[in-house]
Design a protein around this ligand. Structure first.
Ligand code: SF4
Ligand code: SF4
Length: 349
């Protein structure tokens, strides 16, 4: 079977609202377990904690095909409360993490988002917002480029490709035009022009069942393409492999690409990526306060566990005991170690 690009109709609702069997994380893990593949080969242990990642909910104004969160406009129930935000801040104060990485869904749609950003800035943290770009055109978020700029928030934006067709296939018709408009607004607010307090990073996912390309050469190509065709600039591009979970897993299964894609990931296993895996220097907090090794484990509900087997939660945060944990791994982890590797910061090796 040929490895193929994303094809077929794009679902406009989440797996959860369609009552898909894959809405069950157990079913997702079993779909990967059923394949005849070797197991993920290394045991991972945490290094020093550098990044506190907070996922404030699954609500999103979009329903992208590759979404590992199963986010969408229908995910209104999974929203971090003010109480959990406060618990996150209290936990953050007990760590030496320098960076707070705020994600979702579209994190900007959480009503406590601005409070959380300001509270982290007050603590002298480097704040990153994982932004889907189009949300910046929606009513309550239209002032965010200037608001972010005043606080030095780094914006990490998903844009699957610098060409319209590839972006719209993955994220829906009209997404590319809206993304370019949002990038123009960020540029107008001073982002993407080499100022470290206005850092604009683009994030690429392959538009199909293949690995991300070479990050430095893609960055050059994208900078030229976006500047020449749209007059838009950015600071850096990071390239992530698509994770074989959630809605991308649904497409892999329905298009007959699952086995082949997993073989691609397993055969491209690169031991040089292990040292830099994000689960080693990050803790990922879910909207309900549960703690995970990374955002992918969060979406598979593979909780970080203390040595006694108890699932970690932000209300009883214990950094010393978390530092002594083993990281939970399974076959989806091959998505992080394939080729040049893939983490929240892009290629690793
Ligand atoms: S990939 Fe991002 S923008 Fe797309 S549905 Fe998921 S959270 Fe929303
Ligand atoms: S999915 Fe990636 S980041 Fe998460 S535990 Fe596995 S290897 Fe680590």
């Amino acid at each position: 079977m040929e490895v193929r690009e994303l094809t077929g109709p794009r679902a406009t609702t989440s797996l959860a609202s369609r009552h898909s069997p894959l809405a069950s994380t157990r079913e997702q893990l079993q779909a990967l377990r059923r394949l005849e593949l070797k197991e993920f080969p290394v045991r991972l242990r945490p290094a020093a904690l550098e990044i506190f990642q907070i996922n404030v909910g699954k609500l999103c104004n979009m329903t992208c095909r590759h979404c590992h969160v199963d986010a969408g406009p229908d995910r209104t129930a999974e929203m971090m409360s003010r109480e959990t935000v406060e618990a996150c801040l209290a936990a953050l104060d007990r760590t030496r993490a320098k960076t707070v990485d705020i994600t979702g869904g579209a994190p900007e749609l959480n009503p406590h988002f601005r409070y959380l950003v300001d509270a982290c800035i007050e603590r002298d943290k480097h704040v990153m917002d994982r932004c889907n770009l189009t949300v910046l055109l929606t009513g309550p978020c239209r002032d965010l480029p200037e608001w972010f700029a005043a606080r030095g928030v780094e914006i990490v934006c998903s844009l699957p490709h610098y060409r319209k067709r590839n972006t719209d296939i993955q994220r829906g018709d009209g997404t590319f035009e809206k993304s370019i408009e949002a990038l123009r607004r960020l540029n107008a607010a001073g982002y993407g022009q080499g100022n470290p307090r206005r850092r604009l990073t683009l994030m690429h996912n392959p538009v199909g069942a293949f690995l991300a390309g070479d990050q430095p050469s893609m960055e050059r190509e994208w900078k030229e393409g976006l500047a020449a065709n749209h007059g838009v600039t950015f600071d850096a591009l990071i390239a992530l492999n698509n994770m074989p979970i959630s809605r991308f897993l649904e497409w892999l299964q329905s298009s007959g690409n699952l086995e082949r894609y997993m073989e691609v990931l397993v055969n491209a296993y690169n031991p040089a990526t292990v040292q830099g895996l994000m689960c080693r220097n990050t803790l990922s907090i879910g909207w309900d306060g549960r703690i995970y090794d990374c955002d992918f484990n969060q979406m598979l509900e593979l909780d970080a566990r203390y040595a006694d087997g108890r699932a970690a939660h932000i209300r009883d945060f214990d950094p010393a005991r978390l530092a002594a944990r083993s990281i939970v791994t399974a076959r989806h982890c091959f998505g992080c170690t394939a080729g040049a590797g893939s983490s929240c910061g892009g290629a690793i090796a």
